[in-house]
Design a protein around this ligand. Structure first.
Ligand SMILES: [Zn+2]
Length: 61
């Protein structure tokens, strides 16, 4: 298996906002809802090839 950078995502709070971060250095947008930050994290994992399915587009918001 080829070496891959680690993609371990977690959420962190900044003031009244919550944002997702990843060990690879990626940082998501600041969100008011933790659930939205987690969605950002899941999208990042998908784009990195670790998600259950490839990212083919952005979901409607
Ligand atoms: Zn990552």
């Amino acid at each position: 298996m080829p070496d891959r950078p680690p993609h371990r995502v977690f959420t962190t709070e900044r003031g009244s906002f919550c944002l997702a971060r990843c060990d690879c250095g990626w940082t998501g947008m600041a969100r008011r809802a933790r659930s939205q930050a987690r969605t950002d994290a899941e999208r990042h994992l998908a784009e990195a090839g670790h998600g259950p399915e490839p990212a083919t587009g952005r979901p409607l918001e």
